[in-house]
Design a protein around this ligand. Structure first.
Ligand code: ADP
Ligand code: MG
Length: 259
């Protein structure tokens, strides 16, 4: 089995069933969007997959091997990358140095902030920077970059560990529509070229319906629907959970406004 398999996952916080019996799969090279209102359980699902939380029960399998009980670092080494939050990019370091620090970590080299990573695997680092379209900015400090370019740096950092799977929790949050499209076009191309299975959460429906091969819909901890964008768009249960049955409004039009 070459897929990322989430099997009957449960995770509660006190009385809240944040993730309630969720099962799905992601194939290599597939882009899968996980959508749902705030509090639906999307981030909790991510955090169980990446090793931050242990589930109450259920399993996460990668190529037949369970990831349960592994630390986030072990899950990362196993090939599950994720886009780092902006805070994980060192603003005072250049784009190149940021990528080099991740390469050092991947190679288990000791990294200290004072000696920095200057010189380490420069060709490989530059190639990653080229993949995300930032060659001209390689030597700029990250704090001087535009927000959309910082998001590209995050993508380069995630790719630096050569992941086979990528978890992206709201990758385009805070971006203007044109920048969102550009980042997702890039992510889509890299996923297809490198056969990386991508699971991403996203609130902008132009991104979800424009780039996902498949969509998973969560509400109140449960997976209420999954299918192609066309299937989801016409799914009555999705419509009713989001809007109530009395409001026959197009999912694509109204989900746009869901925070
Ligand atoms: P989403 O990412 O879809 O907005 P979350 O996975 O963050 O949803 O949250 C799902 C539910 O679990 C929410 O009711 C949230 O309040 C609760 N929850 C998430 N994380 C915690 C936590 N660390 N402690 C307590 N409750 C949590
Ligand atoms: Mg979330």
């Amino acid at each position: 089995m070459t897929h990322l398999v989430v099997h009957q996952l449960h995770k509660s916080f006190g009385g809240v069933k944040a993730v309630n019996n969720v099962s799905f799969e992601v194939a290599p090279g597939e882009l899968v969007a996980l959508i749902g209102p705030n509090g639906a359980g999307k981030s909790t699902t991510f955090n169980v997959i990446n090793g931050q939380w242990s589930p109450d029960c259920g399993d996460v399998l990668l190529e037949g091997r369970s990831l349960i009980g592994l630390t986030p670092q072990q899950v990362w080494r196993f090939g599950v990358g994720r886009t780092f939050q902006t805070a994980a990019v060192f603003g005072s370091m250049s784009v190149l140095e940021n990528v080099q620090t991740v390469l050092m970590s991947r190679d288990r080299r000791f990294f200290d902030l004072f000696s920095k990573a200057t010189g380490y695997q420069q060709a490989e680092a530059l190639s990653l920077i080229e993949q995300v379209g930032l060659v001209e900015m390689a030597h700029q400090r990250c704090q001087a970059l535009a927000y959309a370019d910082v998001k590209r740096v995050e993508l380069a950092l995630a790719l630096a560990s050569a992941p086979r799977w990528l978890l992206m929790d709201e990758p385009t949050a805070g971006m203007a529509p044109a920048e969102r499209q550009a980042l997702m076009t890039l992510t889509h191309a890299l996923a297809k070229q490198q056969r990386i299975g991508v699971l991403f959460t996203e609130h902008s429906m132009d991104v979800v319906f424009g780039y996902a091969d498949r969509i998973l819909v969560m509400a109140q901890g449960r997976l209420i629907a999954q299918g192609t964008p066309t299937e989801i768009q016409s799914n009555e249960q999705v419509q009713s959970v989001y809007f109530g049955r009395q409001q026959p409004v197009l999912v694509s039009a109204v989900l746009e406004g869901v925070p």
